[in-house]
Ligand binder design. Structure first.
Ligand SMILES: O=C(O)CCC(=O)C(=O)O
Ligand SMILES: [Fe+2]
Length: 342
């Protein structure tokens, strides 16, 4: 088991109730009981543990910082008669940082949106047939792509402005193209919409083409830009979508670390992930749309359970949204640009 405490990187002036003690321990014939009886003279010892695998470095935990301080003053750098005359080298110990996570290996990836347990997020597999998928891909490939730094996009209905993460709602580009009409038709009977069907009126489409290894930084689609219901159709290749609930987050995009280390440093993040197969449709609504960041890790390979899934030559997504008229009045103020000052 990884010890909970560790030696600080450099001499750490900050006191703590835990002492890192070198040059003692079972490897050099000193038991933890021997250690406890020596250190207990300075105050209540609540634990004696191995500091590492060497067997010659020990963590002594006191209940009080002052007891650790007194023991430190008395024993550090001095030969200790009760411990066979050994000279103890001590530092105040610090809690060990959490293990780093690489990729999504520590994050279990759900196949079903019901396993995710994020209110408002629903995945429907095989939303389109393989034939429809080919037709949709051919249709967008016959139209001009706009190149961004790492991926290509097309916008219909309204242009999406990446600088402001918003749309210019006065600049109407025209009706959505007829090749998405069957998809819009099917969206109108998407499960879980209840009585919101009549309010859908999707008028914006963003097509994203991701080469292998390209993802998307963690973000919440700007509340003031789009209505509640956001649909994303995955075509051509699969990907993992990660969801992050930042307890102290805002509506601004979060750091785009792709290996989870930033997320790890902050214990106030809940992370979940789902596998999006080609031809599936994802709905973001409610809490999942308003309060959770979504994120596509920048991996060429995703670990899904025991399986290694290679990203295909490309993934093309169709994101269907409705441009918002007026401010957002959701119940997630912290994440809402309409309800928080800029
Ligand atoms: O590619 C996707 O499925 C998601 C796209 C997205 O989140 C966005 O355009 O805001
Ligand atoms: Fe998004």
């Amino acid at each position: 088991m990884r010890p909970r405490f560790t030696r600080p990187k450099e001499s750490n002036p900050e006191k703590s109730p835990n002492l890192y003690v070198a040059n003692c321990g079972p490897k050099v014939g000193i038991s933890y009981d021997d250690m406890e009886s020596v250190f207990a003279k300075f105050g209540e010892v609540i634990g004696v543990h191995a500091a590492d695998e060497t067997g010659a470095r020990v963590i002594v935990c006191f209940s009080e910082v002052d007891s650790a301080g007194t023991a430190f003053e008395a024993l550090n750098g001095n030969p200790c008669r009760e411990l066979g005359g050994r000279t103890l080298h001590m530092r105040y110990s610090v809690p060990r940082p959490k293990a780093k996570v690489r990729g999504n290996d520590s994050l279990s990836v759900s196949f079903l949106s019901s396993e995710l347990e994020i209110p408002g997020i629903y995945l429907v597999r095989d939303f389109v047939t393989a034939e429809q998928e080919q037709e949709l891909l051919q249709a967008v490939d016959a139209r001009p792509w706009k190149s961004l730094a790492k991926r290509r996009v097309q916008h219909y209905g309204y242009e999406f402005l990446y600088e402001t993460r918003n749309v210019d709602s006065r600049q109407f580009l025209g009706e959505l193209p007829s090749f998405v009409s069957p998809i819009l038709e099917k969206i109108s009977s998407f499960p879980h919409l209840d009585d919101n069907k009549s309010r859908l009126k999707i008028d914006q489409l963003t097509v994203n083409e991701y080469p292998p290894g390209v993802g998307l930084s963690p973000h919440i689609d700007t509340h003031s830009a789009f209505d509640e219901f956001i649909f994303s159709l995955s075509l051509a290749g699969p990907c993992i979508m990660e969801f992050r609930r930042y307890q102290h987050g805002t509506w601004r995009p979060q750091p785009s670390e792709d290996n989870g280390t930033e997320a790890d440093k902050c214990s106030n993040i809940i992370r979940k992930a789902i596998f999006l197969p080609p031809r599936s449709m994802l709905l973001l609504s409610g809490e999942g749309r308003y309060a959770w960041h979504h994120y596509i890790p920048h991996h060429k390979i995703d670990l899904v359970g025991e399986q290694v899934v290679k990203r295909c030559k490309r993934r093309v997504s169709f994101t269907f949204r409705k441009v918002r008229r007026g401010p957002c009045c959701c119940n997630y103020r912290q994440y809402c640009d309409s309800q928080t000052e800029t």
